[in-house]
Design a binder for this molecule. Structure first.
Ligand code: S3P
Length: 175
């Protein structure tokens, strides 16, 4: 492993960030943090509640502040971001400044949407399929800035994907 540098997992809502980050942390024997869970703990409200009550911009401010704290203060580990965090340049700069490696879970829109619907919890930024599809298309160029893109196909288990990421990180130079 590379010192105290974090592994960041990004990707669209429903791409499986939390599940795959947990599996990866298990394989690597390190901590796993879900940024939205940390936000909910610290703020006493979920990401959804903050967005609904205070607006997206206010949520983004909270998200950047807590991302910064986590990057500074947590022991080396795997960090699952919320789907929008990596799309902001200021957050990418913070992550890169901390020497993290970022993994993009590149899941097809249909798979993400199916999971968003199945999860049953409404996502304020993906209220209907049209809105979600547009956001997905808008964000792809930013996700593609991640160092390690991982294409997700429906017939691979999350454990297989975590193992594949662990192997790719092992042979990755320079992070
Ligand atoms: C968001 C995704 C959510 C959460 C918030 C905003 C986004 O996390 O951070 O609702 O902008 O895509 P998940 O990707 O875990 O759903």
């Amino acid at each position: 492993m590379n010192g105290s540098r974090h592994i960041i997992i990004t990707g669209f809502m429903g791409s499986g960030k939390t599940t795959i980050a947990s599996g990866l942390a298990r394989i690597l024997g390190c901590e796993m943090l879900d940024l939205d869970h940390v936000i909910a703990e610290r703020e006493g409200r979920t990401a959804r509640e903050i967005i609904e009550q205070d607006g997206e911009e206010s949520f983004r401010g909270v998200e950047t502040r807590i991302l910064h704290e986590v990057l500074e203060n947590s022991p080396m580990g795997v960090i699952a971001l919320g789907g929008g965090a990596w799309t902001l340049e200021r957050n990418r700069n913070l992550i890169n400044k901390h020497g993290c490696v970022t993994v993009w879970l590149d899941a097809p829109f249909e798979l993400c949407w199916e999971r968003i619907v199945l999860s049953g919890s409404s996502r304020p930024l993906a209220r209907d399929e049209g809105q979600a599809r547009m956001l997905y298309a808008q964000r792809r160029p930013q996700y593609a800035l991640a160092k390690l893109p991982v294409q997700l196909v429906a017939n691979k288990s999350s454990d297989q994907i975590s193992a594949e990421i662990a192997e790719r990180l092992r042979v990755l130079d320079n992070w």
